[in-house]
Design a protein around this ligand. Structure first.
Ligand code: AKB
Length: 324
């Protein structure tokens, strides 16, 4: 009798649980998203994958090169994957060192994920886009959802194209692709790599280690940013929203806060008054200058009730508490 109840429970659980594959789980967002999704769906149902295994993250991990279609297909079939979060990409600053290689990698991995999902009935796909899809010809103070997309980097071009491919797969094949245009993400749990907004994470590490911070942007360069908890919550809220509520099938503008290097430094100086900054703008200045300062995310707020919770002061407090 008890065995019968247990096996009924197991079958019930099997039938109702999504199996999620995270492609690019070692990255800044992937590291934290994997942990959060595992709290909701369980470790067994959230498969982490990346090019190499990271110490401390070996549970339910598969080594995966996402440029290899067959390798993704094999995991999806073997593990009966129902959702894919495709996080692997080369970011804005690093991408400019190798434009064609960046285009190849960002697009090939996306096509592989979309095609495998279409062929093998994956229910939902998440594709991260970015404020990098915008370029110089927009209103930078209140960048609307419908603003022109004229990106200044190959990363931005690949994200703008990716958004349109997501929309195409939805319109043509009914594949439920969902996407957010992330601002710069700031968190203590993981390090970004190769982005233009990375300075806003690095500055906290330098402050708590009492080191001078060399800032590659000018003091007055305002950019849209978001605290990690808000970024993760937005991602999960979008993915769990009812399908009929999703009216934007390219990618939703997403806003958290906006600040410049001088403002983040002042908020850190409340805790570390001796923080020293040397401003040494490099090629990343031109990238930052082409991006919005402040994002209008009315569509996300209206469609699935998005609301950020962290401002600069609160973010600085949590960052310092966790890093020091
Ligand atoms: C970058 O700086 O490239 C990323 C982004 C804003 O997409 N953090």
């Amino acid at each position: 009798m008890i065995n019968g109840i247990i096996s009924f429970f197991n079958i019930y659980q099997e039938m109702n649980k999504d199996v999620i594959l995270i492609v690019g789980s070692n990255g800044q967002l992937g590291t934290v998203l994997t942990q959060k999704l595992r709290l909701i769906y369980g470790v067994y149902n959230v498969i982490a994958s990346d090019l190499y295994e990271k110490t401390g993250f070996e549970d339910n991990f598969i080594t995966l090169d996402a440029t290899d279609f067959k390798a993704i297909e094999e995991i999806v079939l073997k593990k009966k994957v129902t959702q894919i979060y495709h996080l692997a990409a080369i970011l804005s600053a690093k991408g400019e060192q190798n434009p064609l290689g960046t285009w190849d990698l960002n697009m090939k991995t996306l096509f592989n994920v979309l095609e495998v999902s279409r062929l093998h009935n994956v229910n939902k796909v998440f594709f991260p886009s970015s404020v990098a899809v915008f370029g110089n010809n927009i209103d930078k103070e209140n960048t609307l959802q419908s603003s022109n997309l004229t990106p200044s980097t190959v990363y931005g071009i690949s994200k703008a194209a990716g958004e349109n491919w997501g929309n195409y797969y939805f319109e043509k094949y009914g594949l439920d692709v969902r996407s957010l245009r992330y601002p710069g993400v700031v968190g203590y749990q993981s390090l970004p790599g190769g982005g233009t907004t990375d300075y806003a994470v690095d500055i906290y590490h330098k402050a708590v280690n009492n080191e001078v911070f060399d800032c590659f942007l000018e003091a007055s360069t305002t950019l849209p940013m978001i605290y990690m908890d808000d970024a993760i919550r937005a991602t999960i809220e979008l993915m769990e929203a009812d399908k009929e509520k999703i009216t934007v099938r390219t990618s939703y503008n997403l806003s958290g806060m906006s600040f410049n290097p001088e403002q983040i430094a002042s908020s850190i100086k409340e805790h570390y008054p001796n923080l020293k900054i040397a401003y040494k703008p490099d090629f990343r200045q031109a990238i930052a200058d082409s991006w919005p300062k402040c994002i209008n995310d009315t569509a996300a707020r209206n469609d699935w009730n998005w609301k950020p919770q962290f401002d600069l002061e609160q973010m600085t407090k949590v960052m310092i508490e966790n890093l020091k």
